[in-house]
Design a protein around this ligand. Structure first.
Ligand code: PRP
Ligand code: MN
Ligand code: MG
Length: 180
């Protein structure tokens, strides 16, 4: 069991998160008005954000789940994507919104975007609750971002360290002495 004392500063409280998710849901609903979208939840990190965001979206939508893992070959940024669990619906002609908890190097979202583009959707947009632009290696930006963050190791609200802390209702910095 990981010691809860390893949790440092809380950077976004439950209330901060709720407010920002409401704003994003409203913005997405307005921008997609008259359309139907497929929300693609990228497991595992995106489970909490997707569940909250979906309930702030008031246009017709369906929710699909996918789990991936990215590998970089170490020298280039074109790491390949391993699909652990794919969605099981056709997406041609559909509007897709890919939902992530965080963009870090961008390798995961960059690969996902490329992969979905080959399936002939009507559109693909990206929504990430957190964006850490200082770490970017792949040329990708999200269309919707909750908060832009500094380069700290963050946990909570879906984000894990060694699979722990995803259940925290807030986002906090993991103390450096713990993972270094
Ligand atoms: C994390 C996070 C994003 C990805 C971002 O997932 O949830 O999916 O890394 O990193 P990148 O921008 O550098 O690609 P992780 O691979 O840890 O899996 P998890 O969601 O199951 O925790
Ligand atoms: Mn993830
Ligand atoms: Mg993770």
């Amino acid at each position: 069991m990981i010691d809860p004392k390893t949790i440092g500063e809380v950077i976004y409280t439950r209330e901060d998160i709720k407010k920002r998710v409401e704003e994003l849901g409203k913005q997405i609903s307005e921008e997609y008005a008259g359309k139907e979208i497929i929300l693609v939840c990228i497991l595992k990190g995106s489970f909490a954000f997707t569940a909250d965001l979906a309930r702030e979206i008031d246009i017709p939508c369906s929710i699909e789940f996918m789990q991936v893992s990215s590998y970089s070959n170490g020298t280039t940024t074109s790491g390949s994507l391993k699909i652990i669990k794919d969605i099981n619906v056709p997406v041609d002609g559909k509007h897709l919104l890919i939902i992530e908890d965080i963009i870090d190097t961008g390798i995961t979202l960059n690969n996902l975007k490329k992969m979905f583009d080959t399936r002939n959707p009507a559109s693909v947009k990206l929504c990430a609750f957190l964006d850490k632009p200082s770490r970017r290696q792949a040329p990708i930006e999200a269309d919707y971002v909750g908060f832009t963050v500094e380069d700290n190791f963050l946990v909570g609200y879906g984000l894990d360290y060694a699979q722990h802390f995803r259940n925290l209702p807030y986002i906090a910095i993991l103390k450096e002495e713990y993972y270094k």
